[in-house]
Design a protein around this ligand. Sequence first.
Ligand code: 4AD
Ligand code: MG
Length: 433
Amino acid sequence: MVKAEYLTIEDAIKKKIPIAYLRGWVYRERKSNKFIFIVLRDESDIIQCVISKAKTPKIFEKAEQLTIESSVKITGNLKKDERAPTGYEISVTDLEIIQIAEPFPITEHQSPELLYDNRHLWIRSRHLTAILKIRHTVVGAIHNFFRGRGYYEFDAPIFQPTMSEGGSTLFEVKYFDDKVYLSQSWQLYAEAGIFSLGKIYNMGPTFRAEKSKTSRHLAEFWMAEMEAAWMRLEEVTEVAKDEIRFIIQEVLNYNKKELDILERDISLLEKYAKEEYPTIKYAEALKILNEKYDMEVPWGKDLRTIEEAKIAEHFQVPVIVTHYPTEIMGFYKPPSEKDSKEALCFDMLAPEGYCEIIGGSERSLLVDNMMERLKAEGENPETYNWYFDLRKYGSVPHSGYGVGVERVVSWICGIDNIKDAIAFPRTMLRKAP
Ligand code: 4AD
Ligand code: MG
């Protein structure tokens, strides 16, 4: 074979080179007496390749062995062809087979369970490849957003001695002769970090033993969190809105092609990237539910997914809901000074049924109140003494929030199940491959 510089399919098309040297995998193949059509796939795109028996009999003979996902190097003449699946076609002049694949276990119309069992192979699909590329943009955007605004990246331990988001979803792990829990949140350690670094952020693996089998919960997911000294609720909610608009704009900048593959309505994303997002109180949310949707939610009850969905549907853009009932909130979410029944906290709810994508709050500075609430949850407050120290040595108001990375990716991609927003999902019923 001629020594050549290999290009990706995308670059070969962009550069309009007459002779293309490509390498990749057989995505589809169709054989007739006169021609073999191969759709070649690489990380960038797919392209139709044609092998003519009359013109290249030896290559035709070789190509007859090709199966789905066989790995190959192809040389050929690249030309526009409106009939080809992606508008270009290659007439093959040379073919090197690297490996003939065994019969691929995934064919058309497979059950979701088979696809999850073969996840290590299924991530090659165009659909998942598109999602993984968008996820890459989302993750990069989060780093750029915070770094561009003077936040320091700060890491917390994954092995933690206490809970932060409720004992019922803790994963317990043997730790030498003792036990610890896998991180439910970076937050408590971030509250120590701000006294050193001021404004900080992080994105890391997060673990929750979620026993609910929903399309929105993973047992292992990635959370992007921020924490800032001096910041109050009014300000932190604006940071959250800016972050989400920034992420969506970055996806629009870099992933139009992937959004197309996923058949995502781009005009909606353009709207989410531009428009203001409203902030309402929990009490107002109840009023909307009652007056517009005839849904009666008594004050003091948490919003369920269907109720969150209606609130976001009402506004058609992400909406921030603040001042949830203190009683049903985590121990660190402070009661408002005006009305201690309401907590200085917020959720961001995404439209189109995606619901909660962010949870955050000001942080309580009231040690006694937090101790009481921890006790009520069955916790031993003494294990939180280090955390209470933070309220004793130069305590300042501070706030933060966490973005569910897979929730945001699901929404931006418009996918049905959060399991497809991560390469290898972990849920109560899925721990392999
Ligand atoms: O609302 P949560 O539980 O908030 C916290 O953990 C805070 N400590 C964050 C902070 O203030 N620093 O979780 C934050 C977000 C949720 O809004 C949701 O998007 C996502 O994390 N999330 C999950 N995503 C997938 N699967 C799960 N089981 C999730 N649980 C929460
Ligand atoms: Mg929450």
